[in-house]
Structure formats: structure tokens, C-alpha cells
Design a protein around this ligand. Structure first.
Ligand SMILES: [Ca+2]
Length: 296
């Protein structure tokens, strides 16, 4: 019986811990990862990038800069101390000027690179260069106003975001729900909003649409990973609202959700902004956690 009691005490402790779950401290968006890769056998250090170009919008919240995966693969025959220089054309600035680590052959070194765009910059194509002693990889950076973005029909992309609260940890900025990245894998790295008021509801987050636009659909991406499934850490209940003629109207309601992505369709309205009124989250029912909100 004593063993059972001890087990129950442990279970109770775990439950308490879950209820008080705090967003884990981020590894920081500037952290560097070393992981096994595949050597191409060239005997050199090869710069790599997660995309063949970076689109960097002008005039967005500095808390949500443009970002791209960068890295370095060791195709060397032996373990080596690998270094890559990161150069960017001014007036753009990058979050690091160098990537460096000890690397066994066939291993990759990776990091997120954040690129800040000053508001008075000229539209155009700028250069980002990733240099190893053997090779330079050039990644064009297309600097465009938000109105010039290819938004795939998502009227909320890179528009201004206002939230009812902001977590003291700067890695959960409200603007991250309109940064174009729907993946929960960026959680705690600047890619999703976590509100600041545990177990207090409602929480709201609103996104301007850059003018009056016809809207008939809103997609919400809540936190949903293997470690933090939506059924435990995601948003459960919310209203979708549209700002029509200066007034907020509820256009859709979601209740009892356990999925990572929810699409709400409604009769078309002409709105300046859309808003999520969060009413409850799953499991611990503690915080609102939203990765992305899209409007069409
Ligand atoms: Ca996002």
C-alpha cells in the first residue's frame, strides 16, 4: 500500500506540474545545432541554406524579422574545426556574422539566421553570402513592401498584430501569428504567440488586413507537436471575429477543438481586421498558444 500511495503521490505531483506548465525556456533563436548528415565526399566544408532565396518585408514588427535556416556540412575526410562567415549587404543586418563548431565528417551545423530590415530601406534584391574556405553560397534577399508580398491569398500575412497581453519571454511575440510560418516546430523560437495571463480568459489577438477586404475564411494553427500535442496544449474554444465598419462581429465559433489546425468558413464580410477571442485551452487550460492565423 505504501508503494501505491507513493505512486499516487508522484502522479499527483506530475498533474500539478502539468497544470502549472510554463512555456519552456527557448533554446534561443540564435542557438546552433550539430546533427548527423550525409557527406558528399568532396573533402570540403560546404555552406547550405534552407531556401534558395529570402523574402524580407519592409515595415514589419522588428520582433518578427525575416529568417532563414543556414548551415555548414562537413564533407571532410576527418573531424575538423569548421567555420563559415556570414555576410549581408547593408543596410540589412544579420543576427550572426559567423557559424563555427567542431564537426565530425558527414555532420551538419545549423542555425536560424534573422535578418533585420530598416524601415527606410529601398526595395530591391540584396546579397547574403555564406562563405567557407572552399565555397561561397549566395542567397538573394528580396526586400519588398508588405503590399508586394506573394501572400498566396492570405490577407493577414505580415500585417500588424495586436494582442491582449504579451509574455515576458520575448520569444512569443504577437506578430509571430502573421509571419507566414505555420509550423509548430518553431515554438519557443519566435514562431508563435503565448499570452501572459495563465488561466485567465478571454485572450484576444487581432490582425489588420491593410484596408477593407472581403473575408470569408479564417484558419487557425495552434501549438501541435509530438511533445506538445494540441489535445493537451492547444486552443480549445474561440470565437472568430471580423471588424466591420468599426464594430467587431462574431463570424464563427469553435468549441471543443483538439486539432492543430482549424478552418472556419463564414458568409463573406468586408472587414478591416480579424480577431481571435480565445476562451479556453486544452488540458491544463492555462495559456493561449497560437502559431499562425490566416484570413481569406
Ligand atoms: Ca508563425
Amino acid at each position: 500500500m505504501r508503494i501505491l500511495a507513493a505512486a499516487l503521490a508522484v502522479a499527483a505531483t506530475l498533474t500539478t506540474t502539468a497544470a502549472a506548465w510554463e512555456p519552456e525556456q527557448p533554446p534561443s533563436s540564435l542557438s546552433v545545432k550539430v546533427r548527423p548528415g550525409t557527406s558528399h565526399g568532396t573533402g570540403r566544408l560546404t555552406p547550405i541554406a534552407g531556401a534558395d532565396k529570402l523574402v524580407a518585408p519592409i515595415g514589419v514588427d522588428p520582433a518578427c524579422p525575416a529568417r532563414i535556416d543556414i548551415g555548414l556540412r562537413s564533407d571532410a575526410k576527418k573531424a575538423t574545426y569548421a567555420t563559415m562567415q556570414v555576410e549581408i549587404d547593408p543596410p540589412l543586418t544579420a543576427s550572426r556574422s559567423m557559424l563555427t563548431s567542431y564537426l565530425p565528417p558527414g555532420y551538419e551545423l545549423g542555425a536560424k539566421l534573422l535578418v533585420a530590415v530598416p524601415p527606410d530601406i529601398k526595395q530591391g534584391t540584396y546579397g547574403l553570402r555564406l562563405r567557407t574556405p572552399a565555397q561561397t553560397l549566395k542567397v538573394p534577399v528580396e526586400v519588398v513592401p508588405v503590399d508586394g508580398l506573394d501572400n498566396g491569398g492570405n490577407l493577414a500575412l505580415r500585417r500588424p498584430v495586436t494582442a491582449s497581453s504579451q509574455h515576458t519571454n520575448a520569444n512569443y511575440p504577437p506578430c509571430s501569428v502573421a509571419d507566414g510560418d505555420r509550423s509548430s516546430n518553431g515554438w519557443a523560437g519566435g514562431n508563435g504567440w503565448n499570452d501572459a495571463t495563465a488561466r485567465a480568459w478571454p485572450d484576444t489577438i487581432a490582425i489588420g488586413l491593410g484596408g477593407a477586404r472581403q473575408v470569408s475564411r479564417v484558419d487557425l494553427y495552434t501549438l501541435d507537436t509530438e511533445r506538445y500535442p494540441a489535445s493537451r496544449h492547444g486552443l480549445r474554444d474561440w470565437d472568430v471575429q471580423a471588424q466591420v465598419g468599426g464594430q467587431w462581429q462574431t463570424v464563427a465559433q469553435v468549441r471543443g477543438n483538439t486539432a492543430g489546425t482549424v478552418r472556419s468558413d463564414f458568409a463573406p464580410v468586408t472587414a478591416d481586421a480579424v480577431r481571435i477571442v480565445a476562451l479556453a485551452s486544452n488540458g491544463a487550460n492555462d495559456y493561449t498558444r497560437i502559431i499562425e492565423v490566416e484570413a481569406r
